[in-house]
Ligand binder design. Sequence first.
Ligand code: ATP
Ligand code: PRP
Ligand code: MG
Length: 224
Amino acid sequence: MSGVFKPATRQLILALSKGRIFEDTLPLLEAAGIRVTENPETSRKLILDTSDPDVRVIIVRASDVPTYVQYGAADFGVAGKDVLLEHGGEGLYQPIDLNIARCRMSVAVHAGFDYETAVRQGARLRVATKFVQTAREHFAAKGVHVDLIKLYGSMELAPLVGLSDAIVDVVSTGSTLRANNLVEVEKIMDISSRLVVNQAALKLKRERLQPILAAFERASRIEK
Ligand code: ATP
Ligand code: PRP
Ligand code: MG
């Protein structure tokens, strides 16, 4: 028999999505002394090793991160506030705003559409979005009647082809809106990504998780 016995409470799985969340989490992991040794873009692997034999990273869709963490298939993960609001917080502990993948959730319309007048006149608006919960709450709070149309991406297209009057989407530089002749008419909220931790893992794996959480906390504070 070879190898060292490792109790399951030492093994950690971190759920990340490819792209900006993966890239922006790497420096935080490095602050915790953890280096991801494989590149998900080139390797096509979904389970990545790190320099710490107890820590592995799984690659999932951005909107699936809360699900993996909620069910304990991952011990912790990184997800945008937009995604977390849609998913709901059940089974998830959200200790740290990592201040990464920052953007805002906004309402946008075609440049030729008079949103203010439509709202003032009490028109019923068709709104296309991936973020139906957030959109529903926003328009309900304003007292605006909306028909929500659920999309999974390319929201900017909807007003251009007459699918909707408005969209609710995330905006950062505004260049996607500009490129499609849309204008931002209302900011709903600022968005950033949060660390989410499985509530059972937080108790059972506290010894291993705590130093990583502390390093993430320090690094996300210093960087911004
Ligand atoms: P999928 O590709 O699976 O549909 P996604 O488009 O939501 O998912 P990403 O684009 O990687 O995946 O976005 C991850 C998170 O980053 C989002 O939940 C949001 O919080 C944030 N985000 C999205 N777009 C931007 C942006 N342009 N600038 C900064 N942050 C962004
Ligand atoms: C996101 C979002 C917007 C765009 C906003 O798309 O869905 O389309 O960023 O950013 P901007 O204001 O800087 O243009 P993303 O880059 O994630 O591409 P995706 O369509 O693959 O999600
Ligand atoms: Mg995206």
